[in-house]
Each structure stands twice: as structure tokens, then as C-alpha cells.
Design a binder for this molecule. Sequence first.
Ligand SMILES: [Zn+2]
Length: 327
Amino acid sequence: MASLEKIIGHRRQLSVLSHSLKGIRIPTGYLFAGLNGIGKSKVAKTLAQSLLCENPVSSEMLPACGVCGSCHRIFGGNSESVLWIATDDLQMKLEDVQPIHQFLNLRAISKYRIVILDQAQKLNPSAANSILKVLEEPPPDVLFIFISPSPQQILPTLLSRLQMILFYPLSVDQLKELGDFPDWALRASQGSVERLLQMNDPQQTKYRLHAFSDFRRWMEDPQSIKDPLVRDTFKDRDSLMDLSKYFLSFLRDLSVLQGGPGAASDTTSVESQLLNPDLTKELLSVSAEAKPDVISLRDRIQKVFQWEQSLQSTRDPLMATEILFLN
Ligand SMILES: [Zn+2]
């Protein structure tokens, strides 16, 4: 069984990390920042494997062998030297990061101990401060890896102690390495493996078409979001987040069709510039019926951004959605 995760793309980032492993001193902490679902966690796991590998290989990327006992344990999530912190809650609280202190108080049994904080943007101030104390006087041979969609969401005092590695969305060609996907899905996923796989799921394909019909009604009647169809399909936070992403990609395509930012210069090349080329006909018809101008499209895009933000912080995503769209 393979015990290395296949990493697609990110050659430059892997080479930077590989070089730092060969250097005299590895930083106390990294921040891996970039869009969700593009492979940051895989790189974090492979970096941990590389630090603890029993038979490192010579590689310009990362030297984990993938076959030794240590690489296997890390792959399976059973390494005593790697602590993975994550939460499904809205916030990462003090009690969620307590295990870090216990972990670091134990006697080291390997040359490195690695703490990975997944979705570190969720750290609340007291949890962040408790980690900051460790980063201010780090025990030797401990590496922290923070993972977050963007550096702006990390407390500046923490950020100043981390070496930042930025990860970028994957190209269509890189996504093709994952297998055969329809062209529209490769583009609509906007560089995220997670979104691409989601889109290939028949359930998601149905959702996307529901999303489009909700979008269409919203373009025709701004208050339609409160209607039953939306409620039935998109109820919880995750599905509403998906819905907001679909809305953004449809709005972006409408602005291409309308001659807004990124507008196509001639009609034959329009389709090739859309994120949802399979819906070109439908998008053109929305565009013809609703006739949104550049300003109203911009307002709607801002509204969807606002919606996305409120979904990340609210306790009642459905109510937040209704309130926002009713106003
Ligand atoms: Zn190994």
C-alpha cells in the first residue's frame, strides 16, 4: 500500500520546503496558505513524513520514502510524533488546543515532533494566545504547520512567528492528472481538487443545477431566496457555502457575457472563457431576460461575498441567508 499522498502541482513550494530541510535550521512554524482543497494538508503530511522518515530518499521535492514504518504510521494517522488538530465547530477553542501542551510535555521519542493545525483561521483569541506562548519559547525540534485559506485570517502576532508558504489554485492541466473530467467541471472547480471531485459526484451535479435554477430566480426576483426550493436543497452551512460559490461562478460568467471585467471580445470565444460553459445557453437567456448592468452585477457579487462571510460566522446559516437576501 502506498503511504505517500500523491501531490499534484506545487513544485516550487515543495522545492522550497525540501531546501529548508537540508538547511541548518528548520523554522519553528510554517503557515500554508491558499484556497481550500488544493493539497495543503497533503503537503503538510508529506513534510512530516520527510522529517521523520527512516530512509529518506534524495529528492528535489520532499525526501519521504513512503515505505518505512514511520512514513506508514504518519500516513495512517497513528504516529505518536505527529499531532493533528482540527475541529468541525465554527471556532477552535482553548480546549481544542490543550492537547498540544500535553503532547509537548511528553518526552520526545523521535528527532522531531510536528503539530499540524488544520483550518487555523478558526483559532479563537484565547486558543491563539495559548499557542503563541509556545511559539515564543519553542521547545527544540518541534515544528508547527498552520493551514489556512488566507494569511489575513491569522492573528498578526502568530503570523509574525511563522514562515509563510503560499499555495495557488491548480491549473486545468494539473487537474487533468486526476483523471477524466468534463471540461466544464475542470474549469468550474477553479483550481480546487476538492471542488472538482465534488462536482463529479452525481448528487453535486444535481445540486449545481438546483443552484442554477435558484440563481435564475434570484436574478429575476431578488427576494426569491426565501422560497421553498432553496430551503429544501440548501439547508445547512456547507450546502449554503456551496450555493454561494455556485452563485459567484454564475455571476462571474454573466459579467463575461455582459462585457464586464474579463469580457470576451467576440462571441465565438465567449464559451471558452466561462466557468460554466455547459450552461452557456441558459446563462445567455438569464442575461437577456434580467438584463443586469455592470453596476447591478457588481452589487450582486458584493452581496454574495457578504453572504459567504456571514455563513462562516453565524450560528444560523439559513436565517442569515434569509435576512441578507430580504434586505
Ligand atoms: Zn520513510
